[in-house]
Design a protein around this ligand. Structure first.
Ligand code: ATP
Ligand code: MG
Length: 899
């Protein structure tokens, strides 16, 4: 059964059982604690946590997931992908254990002809949490299996929590016995409490049912937590691995061989000339390639671009590992242009954004491969010279520092260093390397700890939320409101008052302040109360639904329980709205000028300023930048209307709204901001002007690179934009005043001036040379006769390298024809001494060499030099012995011709 059919049957089964079918959310979780969505329940978290009311009692979805901790297992186990899809069904206070067990069992054991998966019941083993009698009873009744068939596992396997106080509950997995070739025989009745590792590939976990029933007051580890009560509403969260079921139903050995993944392996075989299945290490590499190509494509599809931290780093690592693995398999050409389209063809059947957005996705991936190839090249040179250094000094081991430098500076993975060293018969000090890596990690952690502000730990906010519920948020409606403080915090802990001059955090029951999000900075403003005043320094939403103001007490003392008046600075907000709408305008203009593959990868805006990062591999031309500014200005002049609306994610996509960064479809409505109808449609929660002309102006001030495959455009809006132009106008005014000309003639004037200056410099140079050479006839005439040789040994103070040479050549040309002649000129200028010697044919016939003469006098001048027999040149720094050097020249010549 192909994956598409497994997918279809899953949704059909649950839809028929009254579940709302919810599309997969983006991989980019709207959750500060998660890098990527890693389970089907993530988009439903606000419902499970009681922060929002679900619009349905039961739902089903097939959610894209990325699990980076599983990266090391890829290709080694049969069942771990960095990317995979989780089929889930969810109950919000509706059915519980019995319902979940019935629904799951029915689907997997129902015959294929009746719409099920047709798995044989006698190969299936349910597992429950040790002692979960309720679940054991349901399993026995629903399946007819005897008690001994039900495996009881400890909390490490079968208790679910989020690692923090909140909901938790026992799990129940469905395991499939793949038979003796996958592991030792076992007795289900005595298995547990831990699942032996050697059984994990035989007893394949395909589905996990989570029974959310407990309220946890503390979680210290997976098996050490305190249950403080029962949840008022019990929930179900399940996850069935689509890829794992596919491998069973397709009779494959592992998830990398299923229909939507294997074609990449087949292509890799072609490219490398190696056969899959012939060698264990190679097979692991083939699987890594197939897995990583797919996950990196899916990540780019959801808006991740390669970078050096966070999500970007995960993507970079995946892409590089894929390229590296292909190299180890013997293919050194560019591989992604061959492999990724194969994965797109398969995954594009489900995720059509991969096809629609392919030009951008492929551009990002291929650019990263090219960059990595350059890294490899540069690193290989460094490696080679390090290796030969070790060898010439008789060593056999490359030091840990070297390996670390290769890693740190050139992004050289250690396994690559190890392998290349082995090829050269060298070992690597791996212990030293790992030590340095650990030190670096420690430093990074210390940095992160230092940066982690009051929002690092969300427990305090969670407690406030649980008590008071979500903040009534009025940022779209009003700039000021009466309000009541609900909690005060200082240093992350609740306090009962904040005194004058103190900085703390304040939660209000309602607020007009915009909390930083979607690239827009927080509002500034004040909060006043009877007898006091607060300045709002920052506004954040550390957990969904809760707005927290960071405030400084300017006057008075604040305690909860008094009425306050919260007021956003209207000037600030006007600037913020202009900047945020300006960002959308510039984005749309960018795509109009560069085409739809130019897609925003990040943005930031504050009153008067905006910047937008976008995926693009080369620098923009000045014309492109000008066009972007022009298109933006036209949008302002046309006074395009700005409006927003709430709709489902599906509708938003149909509308062509651009949705990339962590906007999850939490199954409620999303907000789409439109400028000029379809001209600009983006998912956005920011504050905006209502007409484009209110942006005032958009002045592009720069376009730069921000890492591989990403550019940044910066612009000023509103008054700041005008201010910038005014400053430029001032500069022009000063210049026109200075040059006594009109602005339109300014460039011509400056061009004319620089040309004249250059011409004058040339003239000056010519005159100087003429003066120098004027002396040369005199010098030639005054040559000293040393035996048969005419010798000119002259000191030219004030002349430097080129002049000295010209003079020497000119004098040589003026010496009488047919007689041997030697010229040595020593000049000095700016503390530098230059010497030039020149000989003619006759002199050289007598064994006189210019090179030798320069070498002889060089040491006297505190320098060295040399050259050919006919002309040679040198220099030094000691002018005190120039005369001595000239005398030495004459003596040398005399010795040569007479001695
Ligand atoms: P395992 O112990 O095998 O790693 P898990 O306990 O981490 O699995 P869950 O977190 O319970 O898995 O996820 C629910 C289901 O998702 C699993 O039963 C499995 O079918 C699937 N799944 C989990 N991780 C992966 C992965 N890395 N690749 C493919 N499928 C996965
Ligand atoms: Mg796991």
């Amino acid at each position: 059964m192909d994956t598409a059919e497994i997918r279809r049957r899953f949704l059909a089964h649950f839809e028929a059982a009254g579940h709302a079918v919810v599309p997969s959310a983006s991989l980019l979780a709207d959750d500060p604690n998660l890098l990527f969505v890693n389970a089907g329940m993530v988009p439903f978290k606000p419902y499970f946590l009681g922060q929002e009311t679900p619009p349905y009692d039961r739902a089903t979805s097939i959610q894209k997931c990325v699990r980076t901790p599983d990266i090391e297992d890829v290709g080694k186990t049969t069942r771990h992908g960095t990317f995979f899809e989780m089929c889930g069904n969810f109950s919000f206070g509706d059915y519980f254990k019995r319902g979940a067990i019935e629904l799951a069992w029915d689907l997997i054991t129902k015959p294929v002809a009746d719409g099920g998966y047709g798995l044989e019941a006698d190969r299936l083993y349910p597992s429950v949490l040790v002692g979960d009698e309720e679940a054991i009873g349901h399993w026995m009744e629903v399946t007819g299996l005897p008690r001994e068939r039900i495996v009881q596992l400890g909390p490490k396997e079968n208790y679910w929590s989020m690692g923090v106080p909140g909901p938790g509950g026992p799990c129940s997995e469905i395991l499939y016995d793949r038979g003796p070739e996958w592991g030792p025989d076992f007795d289900p009745a005595t298995l547990g409490p831990d699942m032996p590792v050697k059984l994990e590939d035989r007893l394949l976990e395909i589905w996990n049912l989570v029974f959310m029933q407990d309220e946890l007051s503390a979680v210290r580890s997976k098996s050490d937590f305190d249950i403080s009560g029962s949840l008022p509403k019990k929930n179900i969260d399940t996850g069935m691995g689509l890829d794992r079921v596919a491998l069973l139903l397709q009779g494959k050995a592992n998830m990398y061989e299923i229909d939507v993944v294997y074609p990449v392996i087949a292509k890799a075989e072609q490219l490398t000339g190696k056969t899959y299945g012939a060698d264990h290490d190679d097979d692991v590499r083939f699987r890594v390639v197939a897995d990583h190509v797919r996950s990196s494509m899916m990540l780019i599809g959801d808006g991740v671009t390669p970078g050096n931290d966070g999500r970007g780093y995960v993507l970079r690592r995946l892409l590089r590992r894929a390229v590296r693995s292909m190299r180890l398999l013997g293919c050194e050409d560019r591989v992604l242009p061959e492999l990724m389209p194969i994965s797109r063809d398969k995954m594009g059947e489900t995720y059509d954004n991969l096809v629609i957005d392919w030009p951008r996705i492929s551009q990002v991936a291929y650019a990263e491969e090219d960059a990595f190839r350059k890294t490899l090249q540069a690193g290989t040179q460094i490696f080679d010279s390090a290796a030969s250094e070790v060898k010439t000094s008789g060593g056999t081991t490359l030091s840990g520092e070297r390996a670390f430098a290769l890693h740190d500076t050139y992004g050289f993975p250690i396994d690559l260093t190890l392998e290349m060293a082995a090829e050269q018969g060298l070992a690597v000090d791996e212990v030293g390397f790992r030590g340095l890596m650990a030190e670096q990690r420690e430093r990074a952690k210390a940095d992160a700890r230092a940066k982690k502000g009051a929002h690092g730990d969300t427990a305090a906010y969670r407690a406030i939320f649980d008590e008071s519920g979500p903040t009534e948020w009025l940022a779209y409606e009003t700039l000021e409101t009466e309000s009541r403080p609900l909690a005060l915090l200082s240093g992350g802990s609740p306090v009962s008052r904040l005194g004058e001059g103190e900085v703390g955090e304040l939660v209000l029951d309602r607020t007009p302040f915009y909390a930083e999000s979607g690239g827009q900075v927080a509002d500034a403003g004040t909060i006043v109360f009877d007898g006091g005043r607060l300045e709002v320094l920052d506004v954040q939403r550390p957990i969904k639904g809760l707005v927290v103001h960071q405030v400084r007490v300017l006057e008075g003392e604040l305690d909860p329980g008094r009425e306050v008046h919260a007021r956003v600075d209207p000037e600030w907000r006007t600037g913020a709205r202009q900047a945020h709408s300006g960002t959308h305008v510039v984005h749309a203009a960018l795509r109009e000028v560069l085409g739809p593959t130019a897609l925003q990868s990040g943005s930031y805006n504050r009153p008067g300023y905006l910047r937008l990062d976008f995926g693009w591999t080369q620098a923009l031309s000045p014309e492109q930048v000008r066009d972007i500014e022009l298109v933006s200005q036209q949008a302002l002049r046309a006074d395009l209307p700005v409006s927003w609306d709430y709709m489902t994610l599906e509708q938003a996509k149909e509308w062509g709204a651009i949705a990339l960064f962590g906007e999850t479809s939490d199954n409620t409505k999303v907000r789409v901001v439109e400028i000029g109808g379809p001209w600009s449609r983006e998912l956005c929660g920011g504050t905006h002007v209502s007409h484009a002309s209110q942006i005032g102006t958009v002045v592009v001030t720069g376009e730069t690179s921000v890492g591989s495959g990403n550019r940044r455009i910066e612009a000023l809006t509103g008054v700041e934009g005008f201010g910038y132009l005014a400053r430029e106008r001032d500069v022009v005014a000063q210049l026109t005043g200075l040059l006594k000309t009109q602005p339109d003639d300014l460039v011509g004037r400056v061009q004319g001036l620089t040309e004249r200056l250059r011409a004058a410099e040339k003239e000056l140079e010519k005159a100087r040379l003429a003066q120098l050479l004027g002396a040369s006839a005199e010098l030639a005439a005054g040559a000293t006769q040393v035996g048969p040789v005419k010798v000119v040994a002259h000191r030219a103070d004030g002349a430097a390298g080129g002049d000295v040479r010209n003079l020497a050549m000119d004098v040589r040309g003026r010496l009488p024809q047919g007689e041997p002649g030697v010229v040595v000129i020593i000049g000095q200028a700016d503390g530098k001494v230059s010497v030039v010697a020149a000989t003619n044919d006759e002199a050289r016939a007598r064994g006189l060499s210019a090179g030798e003469l320069v070498r002889t006098v060089g040491p006297l001048l505190g320098g060295k030099g040399g050259g050919k027999d006919d002309v040679a040149q040198g220099g030094g720094t000691d002018a005190s012995r120039i005369d001595e050097a000239l005398a030495l020249v004459t003596r040398e010549v005399a010795e040569k011709v007479q001695g």
